[in-house]
Structure formats: C-alpha cells, structure tokens
Design a protein around this ligand. Structure first.
Ligand code: MN3
Length: 234
C-alpha cells in the first residue's frame, strides 16, 4: 500500500508535553497505487473504460476522502474532541475500507497473457479442493453469493489464519474482510458494486461474475496463502 509521510499543516503549538519542547507529529497519508497492467489489458472480460474510471476516479476518491478523514481525526484527537472522533468512524471505515479493498482487487486481476484465469497450483489449489470440492464448486459458490448480495459490496475468498481454513464471506459497502473476523485474511476479493461492471454488463451482475474468473490472478492469492500456510517440505 502506498504510504507517504507528510508533516501536518498545523504545528501542534499547544501540544507541549511539559518537557519544554513542542512535539512535531507527522500524518501518514495514502496515494493511488499503480496498476501492473494497462487499463485495456483485461479486455474482453473487463473493459478498459471501466478499469480507468474505477482506478482513477473511484479508488482515488476513497483515498482523497480517507486522507481528509485521517487529518480531521488527528485534529480531533489533539483537541480531545471526543464527539468528533466518534463522528469520523464511519468515514474512516468507508473510505479506508475502499482503499484497502481496491488495493487488493487490482492485484487479484491480471491479463490472460500474464496468467489471468490460470487455476491455482500447489497448496492453495489443494486447500480449495479440500474445502469446497473443486475450483469449479468454489467459483459457483462465490458467484451465487456475489449475485445475491443486496446493494453494493464485496464477495471474498479468505483464509481464517486461526483455523487455517478457507472461507467465503461477503461484506456490505466498503467494509474490509477483517470486519468479519480479526483472523480473516483476504486472498481474493470481487467488487460487486455497479461501478465495477455497469458500463459493460449493465444490470446483469451474474455475467460480470462469470467473466471475471478469466482474469483472476490466482498466483497472487497463492502467494498470500503460502506465506501464511507454508508448504511442509519432507
Ligand atoms: Mn469499486
């Protein structure tokens, strides 16, 4: 995730700590991560127009509003303004979640020429078979849950780090997977907001869900899984 440390605009002149100096604090803000492929490279599964708007406009807006909320949060904390701290929580969850989720989503996709849609090899492939019966069964289940999700949200393949098992979950709005459990690690997230498919698929979310698997980057999901559940070598 792109991180940038900037000095806050306000030098915290009233944050004297009784030690005779003024503590200068910095605020970490976020920037739009680059994609590792061109906007049009996922066609025909996802159009270049969708990818460009989704990345440059939608994701950027979550980041802009997240940074704003973080700045306001720091301000409110400095002032001991508890009501403002409480009021900011929903903006932090929504925009911070939007940034977290989209940063994962871009890595979950890759052009066919770079292995998009190639089934996972190794331990993630075995875990999928053990948990769901087959990759086809997993896809069917995620598509069904994604299609049934009311309004906007995400459908996830996650790893429960505590029990070392795979789970399928959905989250509403921009809630990140961790809101469903602290031990849940996202391997693959599919954005089912209309902005992710409407320009190409109109109201037919199931067609978008069927086609997105052609550009899913299972290599990324496998790497995240392997890191958490290293293959035992005999
Ligand atoms: Mn989106």
């Amino acid at each position: 995730m792109a991180l940038r440390a900037i000095a806050t605009r306000k030098t915290l002149a009233n944050a004297r700590l009784g030690l005779g100096f003024v503590q200068s604090r910095s605020l970490q803000t976020f920037t739009l991560p680059d994609l590792s492929y061109d906007y049009g490279a996922l066609e025909p599964a996802i159009s270049g127009e969708i990818m460009q708007l989704h990345h440059q406009k939608h994701h950027q807006t979550y980041i802009t509003n997240y940074n704003k909320a973080l700045e306001q949060l720091q301000d409110a904390i400095t002032k001991g303004d508890a009501p403002s701290v409480a009021k900011l929580q929903s903006a932090l969850k929504f925009n911070g979640g939007g940034h977290i989720n989209h940063s994962i989503f871009w890595k979950n996709l890759t052009p066919v020429s770079h292995g998009g849609g190639e089934p996972p090899h190794g331990s993630l492939g075995w875990a999928i078979d053990a948990n769901f019966g087959s990759l086809e069964a997993l896809i069917k289940k995620m598509n069904a849950e994604g299609a049934a999700l009311q309004g906007s949200g995400w459908v996830w393949l996650g790893l429960d780090k505590e029990f070392k098992r795979l789970v399928i979950e959905t989250t509403p709005n921009q809630d990140p997977l961790v809101t469903k459990g602290a031990s849940l690690l996202p391997l693959l997230g599919i954005d089912v907001w209309e902005h992710a498919y409407y320009l190409q698929y109109k109201n037919v979310r199931p067609d978008y869900l069927n086609n997105i698997w052609k550009v899913v980057n299972w290599k990324y999901a496998s790497e995240v899984y392997e890191k958490e559940c290293p293959t035992e070598r005999n």
